[in-house]
Design a binder for this molecule. Structure first.
Ligand code: GLU
Length: 388
């Protein structure tokens, strides 16, 4: 076996690993409820499917421009303005195979060994691994449930050194559900304004899934003076139940979008052509169902959080966005050893969840509540039985 140093520095995605494990056990005949990978259970809207079919029938089965079709980049510009409050021309937008690939390309295109990247912890599993793959160092910014899992301006100021190249922000956040208000982003922006060498990656993939009143706030819109060093990542996987279409979007400064395109021209070529047609329909078509989906997720959140808090030794704060619940299981750790062992025990009981340590946390696990109510109820019964 011959592995590069870059690959040796990283671990496989824990969310993908747990989901694969659940698939394999199911194929072997086991009854497994998978609340591991974050994937909405809703059906992709019919008009989106129709658009993908129409594209196939029309022969849209060939390469497109590396950065995506003109039609999709135009629809994406509409999305950035309408949904995120960011005015950006289509030529500063790049389409990728899921938001994950846009993040990968942005970081790999800009990081050198010795650079540092600030990541609020708990974090989404792939952020630190991509940073390490690029040879840079991860600087965790620890957050807590008491602080709403948000970093503070003082914490940010104290962490910035000449080596810091990026700050990663994710609101609503995976796995914590943390949501930053406009005022909180402006306060972070005031710190960043003093450090022009720091780029900001804002991952807004969960923007429509907020359970607080008011509009979504994002740093490129709240801090226009920073906009020329912000990359805002978005997509359709979570909002429009299109995970399998693999379409992500990123909007940022021209030099960065070009750099990402240079890498993309050698890694992927161009995004899937029928998926791009589907994405145009998703972005330009009706958006009213998003509020209904959000209300369903909110109901599930309330149900899951109260059921978790009713299980002795488990507790969870109420997430303000996304569809994850971070469960603290510290009182059970003496019995299980660590959260990985606990998750294997839960898997044995028929529920797949992801250990908190995969997200830079500890002594707990993440539940994705993007599943039907009856499935969630059964999963929580199994979890309660397994930890009892
Ligand atoms: N972002 C989702 C999750 O955290 C999908 C899986 C992944 O890409 O990690 O579960």
């Amino acid at each position: 076996m011959i592995l590069s140093q870059a690959l040796s520095r990283i671990a496989p995605s824990s969310t993908a690993a747990m989901s694969d494990r659940a698939f394999a056990l199911r194929e072997a005949g086991r009854d497994i409820i998978s609340l591991s990978v974050g994937e909405p259970d809703f059906a992709t809207p019919a008009h989106v499917i129709a658009s993908a079919k129409a594209a196939l029938d029309a022969g849209d089965t060939k390469y497109t421009a590396v950065a995506g079709t003109a039609a999709l980049r135009k629809a994406a510009a509409l999305h950035y303005a309408r949904d995120l409050g960011i005015a950006v021309p289509p030529d500063r937008i790049i389409v990728s195979a899921g938001g994950k690939q846009a993040i990968f390309h942005a970081l790999v295109a800009t990081l050198d060994p010795g650079d540092a990247v600030l990541i609020p912890a708990p974090w989404w599993v792939s952020y630190p691994e991509i940073v390490r793959f690029a040879g840079a160092n991860v600087v965790p910014l620890e957050t807590s449930p008491a602080g709403g899992y948000r970093i503070t301006p003082d914490q940010l100021e104290a962490a910035i050194t000449p080596k810091v190249r990026w700050l990663l922000l994710n609101s609503p956040g995976n796995p914590t559900g943390a949501v930053y208000s406009a005022a909180q982003l402006q306060a972070l922006g005031a710190v960043l304004a003093r450090h022009p060498h720091v780029l900001i990656l804002s991952d807004d993939i969960y923007a429509p899934l907020r359970y607080l009143p008011g509009r979504h706030a994002t740093i490129a819109a709240e801090c226009p003076d920073l906009a020329d060093r912000v990359l805002t990542v978005s997509g359709l996987s979570k909002s429009h139940a299109m995970t399998g279409f693999r379409i992500g979007l990123a909007a940022g400064p021209e030099w960065l979008v070009k750099a990402m395109g240079k890498l993309q021209s050698h890694s992927m070529g161009s995004p899937s052509t029928p998926s791009q047609a589907a994405a145009v329909a998703a972005l330009e078509g009706p958006q009213d169902f998003l509020a209904d989906w959000c209300a369903v997720m909110r109901r599930r959140r309330d149900m899951v959080v109260s059921a978790v808090n009713a299980i002795p030794g488990l507790s969870a704060p109420v997430p303000d966005g996304a569809f994850y619940c971070m469960v603290d299981a510290a009182p059970h750790m003496a019995r299980f050893g660590d959260d990985q062992a606990l998750c294997l025990h839960l898997l044995d009981a028929g529920v797949a969840v992801v250990p908190a340590s995969a997200f830079g946390g500890r002594d707990g696990f993440r539940i994705s509540f993007a599943a039907a109510d009856t499935i969630l109820e059964e999963a929580l019964r199994r979890i309660a039985g397994a930890v009892a």
